[in-house]
Ligand binder design. Structure first.
Ligand code: ZN
Length: 169
């Protein structure tokens, strides 16, 4: 049984969405400061990516850890109560994210997922964004490996840079 009141549920949704929004703003200013030029919310693309970088044929999604279920992230805890409410919702979100990603990849887009908790470490995030967007095709995408976790940043984000000094123009 669902024991959340309408007000409680609205408050949860509000928190989730406002987190997403401020995270989006952060990632945009980060990308902008890195010299990337982009467009926002192109409605003709699957999943309406938060940021579209046509020059690099890359899209960026900023995902709230709770809502989009960042694996092994403390922010993605499952509420003890009302699991029959949350679990199907989480499952739908995950499935939608997977579908969006594969549709975009089929159309030749490089899909970059940024987790909200990654914003804490701007340096690591900057390195990852640069290597996944501007450098060689992402090793994560090409191998279909799970996305790196913030906790693994020491190793996961130290992507070896190939072709020193060479940037795609
Ligand atoms: Zn997270």
């Amino acid at each position: 049984m669902d024991t959340f009141s309408k007000e409680e549920r609205r408050e949860i949704m509000r928190r989730v969405h406002s987190t997403d929004t401020s995270a989006e703003r952060t990632i945009r200013s980060l990308l902008h400061a890195m010299g990337f030029r982009f467009r926002l919310h192109r409605n003709d693309l699957p999943g309406k990516p938060d940021v579209v970088l046509p020059k690099y044929r890359s899209v960026v999604f900023v995902h709230g850890c709770f809502w989009h279920r960042h694996p092994a992230c403390s922010r993605a805890s499952t509420p003890a109560e009302n699991r029959e409410y949350w679990l199907p919702k989480f499952e739908r979100t995950i499935r939608r994210d997977q579908r969006t990603t594969s549709e975009l990849r089929e159309r030749g887009w490089n899909v970059v997922i940024v987790w909200e908790c990654e914003l804490k470490d701007a340096d690591a995030l900057r390195r990852r964004l640069f290597s996944e967007i501007a450098d060689e095709p992402s090793i994560y995408d090409s191998k279909q490996a799970p996305l790196p976790l913030a906790a693994d940043k020491q190793t996961a984000y130290e992507v070896p840079r190939k072709g020193k000094g060479k940037t795609k123009k």
